[in-house]
Design a protein around this ligand. Structure first.
Ligand SMILES: [Zn+2]
Length: 648
């Protein structure tokens, strides 16, 4: 019985009065800008416009040098080098000022969804941003193509501080570049070619209607017998409804709606993959370009690393399936259906929901951080004392949580809506992890701070794991907490295990098979459905009674024109972060220094080098990934003992 676990005792951080319960902090953005009307805001915007115009006036100079870039002699090009120096300085200043204007606008819109000025500014920023990107492209292309002596001379300019890694990456992959006129043709054709397919998917899924026939979703009015028309995003959100019948009805409605469009959707998928394959072939003149290479380069990692990780994931598939079986057991089902995989933790009658006032939740997070290193605990305290946490419950706030950084002041801020559930405490720990990562990057040149997707969740997943261990340790000492919230967290852990070890690998396997088969010709909707069904069966085994064979139609990630294989970085990030955590015991006292140094280098090193340098591990060795899987095993075991203690 869960009741046999010691319940939390009264501590000095526990809240008692109503005022304390309501004392959830908001952020104070005034150190960045006082308001949209503040002179500093207008001045930064004006300055960005001037800089953009200056960059546009310099770009033709770089473009003119492109045709003979490979023969550039730095001795003979003092003017071109001066133009480059100016472009570096402009780029840095734009990144700082324009970045801060955008962050401030987004932050304001997140708290006040109806803010008209924020909407107007976002439109203006996207046009201005496109102009800047266009002007910058001539310079980045020149640096990628330039002769070795010229590139060295450019990087030796004082204005080029921090550009080394970025330029080296561009030069590493320059064999993939085509001749200039060809690059121009591809760039000119893409908006109405490749990108148009992505937009068509958005247009179809944004306007298509599903007919929902089922029980009233939680908190809503009854549904008439003939059903109710809903959008596809609403159908998707109903897949997270606590009522299983609602989820089943939403799944049926969603599947029917997508099936109506399956010819168009198959055409989009075939065209996107066909376009890319043709482009990869064209870019294979100097060295063969594989269809995975684009995504690997974006994540700054090697193919053998990916294969090693996927190998360990495949051997750990049973663990993900085990999590699904336990979820079914807790729900009282022989097995889950595909529409149960996103369900919230079921309500368990004998578990009391427990609420954590902000002070109490905050202290848990601070304690968990301090247990890793006192400096981390101090950082968390400072985030709160400086009013950099927006946690209030406000009707105008957007849902979700995020961490953002102002590039001018280099200051991180955290956004969430804190209602007092244990999951909110975990969200706070997660977002403060991103903030800590941001803090460590604050003293580096901005050009060295952009980290790839596979490393983006390192600090946040790490913080969640640290908090879970901290709560466990506290429970061992008799001051811990067991309640509906703990079950919710364990449920989320099980869901993660199934998502990262089963679902994401299935998405990868499907996309890979699609590219392999697409070489021979387009796939019909029937073939795509059969391929998805086969992939799902292989991954889920007998843990589901209904497979989502239409997943190829409904999953947006397959249809993004700017990104391919937007799947494996999720599993990589999850396991990488746990692998970092797993090194804690071995590195002991030296761990925190190594961890902080690793986070600092995420924007200026390739992934394998990063792990080697700071953790002394080889990502192409399966043992690193197996250590991560062991942590997942511990999380699933924790869930299992909770399920058992409930007599399920
Ligand atoms: Zn995150």
């Amino acid at each position: 019985m869960l009741g046999s676990f010691p319940m939390s005792q009264h501590t000095d951080t526990e809240c008692s009065s109503m005022e304390e319960r309501l004392a959830v902090p908001g952020w104070d953005l005034t150190p960045e800008y006082l308001s949209f009307d503040a002179p500093a805001f207008a001045a930064d915007l004006e300055r960005v416009r001037e800089l953009a115009a200056e960059l546009e006036s310099l770009a033709p100079c770089a473009a003119a040098a492109l045709p003979h870039a490979a023969d550039l002699d730095p001795e003979r090009e003092p003017e071109l080098l001066a133009v480059l120096a100016r472009s570096f300085a402009i780029g840095d200043e734009i990144d700082a000022r324009f970045g801060s204007l955008r962050v401030y606008t987004n932050c304001t819109a997140s708290v006040d969804g109806g803010n008209a000025r924020a909407k107007e500014l976002r439109g203006l920023f996207s046009t201005l941003g496109a102009r800047i990107d266009q002007a910058e492209s001539a310079f980045s292309l020149l640096l990628a193509r330039a002769s070795e002596p010229f590139a060295r001379a450019a990087l030796a300019l004082p204005e080029a501080a921090g550009q080394g890694f970025r330029v080296a990456q561009a030069r590493k992959y320059r064999d993939r570049l085509l001749e200039l006129p060809e690059e121009k043709i591809i760039a000119a054709l893409s908006p109405d070619g490749k990108d148009a397919w992505g937009r068509l998917y958005d247009a179809i899924t944004g306007t298509a209607k599903a007919l929902y026939r089922g029980p009233a979703p939680s908190g809503e009015a009854p549904v008439p017998p003939e059903g109710r028309e809903i959008g596809l995003s609403e159908a998707a959100s109903l897949l997270r409804d606590p009522d299983r019948n609602v989820r089943a009805a939403a799944y049926r409605a969603q599947s029917e709606a997508f099936r109506v469009h399956e010819e168009s959707l198959a055409a989009i998928l075939n065209s996107l993959s066909g376009f890319r394959l043709a482009e990869y072939e064209a870019r294979s003149r100097r060295a063969a370009l594989h269809f995975l290479d684009e995504a690997l380069a974006a994540n700054r990692m090697r193919r053998d690393t990916l294969e090693t990780m996927l190998g360990v994931v495949a051997e750990s598939r049973e663990l993900g399936r085990r999590a699904l079986q336990l979820q079914a057991r807790l729900m009282g089902l022989p097995r889950l259906s595909c529409y149960d995989t996103l369900a919230p933790a079921p309500h368990v009658a004998d578990l009391e929901p427990r609420s954590y006032c902000f002070d109490e939740g905050f202290e848990l997070v601070r304690g968990a951080y301090a247990a890793i290193d006192p400096a981390m605990g101090d950082f968390v305290r400072e985030m709160r004392d400086a009013s950099r946490i927006e946690a209030r419950v406000l009707p105008t706030k957007r849902p979700g949580a995020y961490c953002t950084r102002f590039p001018k002041s280099r200051t991180p801020y955290v956004f969430l809506t804190y209602r007092g559930a244990l999951s909110d405490v975990f969200t706070l720990a997660h977002e403060l992890g991103h903030a800590y990562h941001g803090r460590l990057l604050a003293s580096l040149p901005l050009a060295e701070t952009a980290y790839p997707m596979n490393l983006a969740e390192t600090a946040s997943t790490f913080a969640e794991t640290a908090l879970a261990d901290y709560l466990d340790a506290q429970r061992g000492e008799g001051v811990g907490v067991v309640d509906a919230g703990l079950l919710e967290v364990a449920w989320a852990d099980a869901q993660d295990a199934a998502t990262f070890l089963v679902n994401i690998p299935a998405r990868f396997a499907f996309e890979k098979a699609l590219y392999e088969r697409r070489v021979a010709g387009p796939l019909s909707p029937g073939s795509l459905t059969a391929l998805m069904a086969e992939t799902m069966r292989e991954h889920y085994g007998d843990t589901l009674d209904v497979y989502d064979e239409g997943f190829w139609r409904s999953k947006l990630h397959f249809y993004m024109s700017g990104l391919t294989f937007y799947n494996f970085p999720y599993t990589f990030g999850y396991l990488f972060s746990l692998g970092v955590y797993a090194r804690r015991a071995e590195l002991g006292k030296g761990f925190h220094a190594a961890y902080a140094a690793l986070l600092r280098d995420t924007g200026r090193m390739e992934t394998e080098d990063l792990a080697k340098k700071h953790l002394g591990v080889d990502l192409a060795n399966p043992d690193f990934w197996r250590a991560s899987v062991e942590i997942v095993r511990g999380k699933v075991a924790r869930f299992e003992s909770l399920v058992a203690s409930l007599g399920r």
